[in-house]
Design a protein around this ligand. Structure first.
Ligand code: SF4
Length: 444
């Protein structure tokens, strides 16, 4: 049972030494009670207290990793129901399913584009996370071997014990796949396979009671890393099952449901419903998502959605401040100024790149804020821009007239910047990045 902050406080040394990074033991206890820090941050807890606190400090959603040669998918370790309260930590792993009823050639044809897919989103590399192999009346071992011939991505193996065992022979020594799925009918065999190898196991259940009972059975059989797999396939049913599971784990600290969740949108058959279900699963608690369809145009929005949900809302995505070259600029080309908020940077850089206009792009350290926000917060002004111009030695890149272009939204800074940078010709660019190509062609 979860301990309150005060109960935890009574078990701490109460010296307020601050070694944990908090000003008092009580502050640390409150954070520990809300699962926002680990007990290990306090180096002074007695062994006796540690034992008592272990339940309070154990992650409410058990973390583990499935992995293959060079790749891994982390799951669990979530502490909040709503991302804006803190952060979601373990990105939903997106897997594409192949069935062993396909020929090895067909399997490779389906897996190759998944393996090759890479896309960039504001400097973040997007990739699919793995392949699920489903027993479907074919040769499971041959199917896994075919997959492994074209990709090293992590695997989810879906079938019965004997089928999956045939596939395991084709995995590398250090691989950890997710095995799926233990049910009321087959849990003994599946649990023994998972326990023997130390692999995580998904349990499929029609409702919460069945999930709890199955988790208890496979836990007693020696399986530690478990995934809850609701049998529902409708949007409504999946949402309810996922939400109850996660809510019980986080709000009630109910250990039997404190595990990552698997959803299989690929089972719905219809492409539109599959995509919608996958999107819902990303937003609502799925640690693993298995889809049947793959196309870059379908994968990209899902992966972008995932990035937007699993980044820390309190930390804007930033690029490193500095001077960036766009389209191989020469010493006579202008220096454009923007802030280090990733989306701002990429908006400007992409617009300039797209017309082939050469320019230097000075990215000023505005603590990851966009231009107007940073200006309003006093993080992007003439003094800070001038400081960055000097720090990054922008003048050394140029000869002749030194032109610096301010974003139009902060035209008000131009006079001050002229005073700060008397050797420079200060220009005011357009307010929106989309107007930069025209500005560069016609005005400069
Ligand atoms: S490190 Fe431990 S003893 Fe020191 S203030 Fe933090 S909780 Fe208290």
């Amino acid at each position: 049972m979860a301990l309150s902050g005060i109960q935890i406080y009574k078990l701490l040394p109460q010296t307020n030494c601050k070694d944990c990074g908090f000003p008092t033991c009580l502050a640390f206890a409150m954070k520990l009670a809300s699962k926002q820090v680990e007990l290990a941050k306090c180096p002074h807890v007695s062994e006796e207290s540690k034992e008592k606190l272990s339940e309070a400090s154990a992650p409410p959603v058990r973390p583990f990793t499935i992995k293959s040669d060079g790749y891994q998918v982390e799951a669990g370790n979530e502490v909040v129901l709503f991302r804006h309260k803190k952060q979601f930590y373990s990105r939903s792993g997106l897997f594409v399913r192949v069935r062993d009823s396909l020929s090895p050639g067909e399997i490779k044809e389906k897996v190759e584009p998944v393996d090759a897919f890479e896309a960039d989103y504001v400097g973040i590399e997007l990739r699919m996370d793995g392949i699920a192999v489903q027993a479907d009346g074919g040769d499971f071992g041959e199917a896994v071997a075919a997959v492994r011939e074209v990709t090293d991505l992590p695997l989810i193996l879906i079938g019965e014990k004997d089928q999956i065992a045939g596939g395991l022979q084709h995995l590398g020594d250090d691989e950890v796949p997710l095995l799926a799925q233990a049910t009321e009918e087959n849990w003994q065999e599946m649990a023994s396979l998972a326990a023997d190898h130390g692999f995580p196991l998904a349990v499929e259940a029609n409702d919460v009671d069945q999930a709890v009972a199955l988790v208890k059975k496979v836990t007693d059989a020696g399986v530690e890393d478990i995934v809850i797999s609701p049998a529902q396939r409708s949007m409504h049913g999946t949402l309810i099952a996922n939400t109850i599971t996660r809510r019980m784990a986080l709000k009630e600290n109910f250990r039997p449901l404190g595990y990552p969740i698997l959803n299989i949108p690929g089972d719905v058959g219809d492409l539109d419903r599959e995509i919608n279900l996958a999107a819902q699963a990303i937003g609502k608690y799925a640690g693993f998502i298995v889809m049947d369809h793959f196309e870059p145009a379908l994968a990209y929005p899902l992966l972008v959605l995932r990035e937007n949900i699993f980044t820390n809302p309190q930390e804007p995505i930033q690029v490193t401040p500095g001077i960036y070259e766009i389209n191989d600029p020469s010493p006579s080309d202008p220096v454009l100024v923007t802030t280090n908020f990733s989306i701002t940077y990429f908006s400007v850089a992409n617009e300039v790149e797209s017309v082939g206009a050469p320019a230097w792009l000075l990215v000023s350290d505005a603590e990851g804020m966009s231009v107007l926000t940073a200006w309003a917060a006093g993080k992007f002004d003439a003094v800070s821009i001038a400081k960055d111009v000097k720090e990054f030695d922008a003048a050394s890149k140029l000869d002749g007239e030194m032109r610096i272009v301010l974003p139009g939204h902060v035209a008000v800074l131009s006079g001050e910047l002229e005073e700060e940078l008397p050797d420079w010709s200060v220009k005011v660019g357009p307010r929106e990045a989309v107007d930069l190509p025209n500005y560069l062609k016609q005005v400069l």
